[in-house]
Design a protein around this ligand. Structure first.
Ligand SMILES: [Zn+2]
Ligand SMILES: [Zn+2]
Length: 254
């Protein structure tokens, strides 16, 4: 009798552990929605901080092995000198360059904040940062305001999985309703777009072009295996809770 009970208990606990969804490791992207400030954490725990303008909004304090990337330092919504100067890890501040280590590769590419600006390797008006880690390719475009990608940029952006991209920014010649940001994304067709500078009109326009998802949390997990087949648009944090119903967005499964 005693053995029978033990066997039943063993079978029951096995059944319970099988029904539990296994935790798949993935790269985490944190963004509050509608702002450029972003944190990315690789599976091995390296944290990449991008355009930190408000240190009080930083989710996890940086450590020596972490990285700071600034797309441009002449606008205060992308840069905080106190945070940047005291950052304990490697950094690229409005410049081209490479940071590589076991498990990740980061590339800074010169870009333009506005039509007519100059492409400069250092101190230019905008930089694209490409982050390749855990089989996922992510790019943060800062306040990109060029009309098209250049022949030099395009090979780096081929096969892009996630784009952190702006769609509405008067300082980049990108007013509400402008096609500039959408045209750039159509050129490279990333699998996922997470908007940075965006407001009502542009959110609705984007959700009419790409399949909308939402996350009420400020973080989404991305793994190579769950990338959508066609371009999807993820509304995060504040925008996720505000627009999910109206735009019939599907919840992003973290
Ligand atoms: Zn700017
Ligand atoms: Zn900006």
């Amino acid at each position: 009798m005693k053995t029978k009970i033990i066997v039943i208990i063993c079978l029951l606990s096995a059944a319970i552990s099988c029904s539990k969804k296994p935790e798949i490791p993935g790269i985490m992207i944190f963004n509050y929605g509608s702002i450029p400030q972003t944190e990315i954490e690789t599976v091995s725990g390296t944290r990449i901080y991008i355009d930190v303008a408000d240190p009080q909004m930083v989710i996890k304090p940086p450590k020596a092995g972490d990285i700071l990337l600034i797309t441009h330092s002449h606008h205060p919504d992308h840069y905080n000198s106190v945070f940047a100067d005291s950052f304990p890890g490697k950094k690229l501040i409005a410049e081209e360059g490479k940071i590589e280590d076991a498990g990740y590769k980061i590339t800074g590419l010169k870009a333009l904040h506005n039509t007519g600006d100059q492409y400069l390797s250092k101190g230019g008006t905008d930089y694209i940062f490409l982050i390749e880690a855990d089989g996922v390719k992510i790019a943060h475009f800062g306040d990109i305001g060029q009309e098209k990608f250049t022949e030099e940029q395009l090979p780096f952006l081929k096969g892009l999985d996630v784009a952190l991209m702006q769609f509405e920014n008067q300082y980049s010649g990108m007013p509400a309703g402008s096609d500039k940001g959408y045209n750039l994304m159509k050129e490279i067709q990333p699998k996922i777009i997470i908007p940075t500078h965006i407001q009502d009109v542009s959110i609705k326009k984007a959700c009419g072009i790409w399949k909308p998802y939402f996350s009420v949390k400020n973080g989404v997990k991305i793994t190579k295996d769950i990338l959508p087949g066609s371009t999807s648009f993820i509304l995060m944090g504040y925008n996720g809770s505000i627009y999910s119903k109206e735009l019939n967005a599907q919840q992003w499964d973290n």
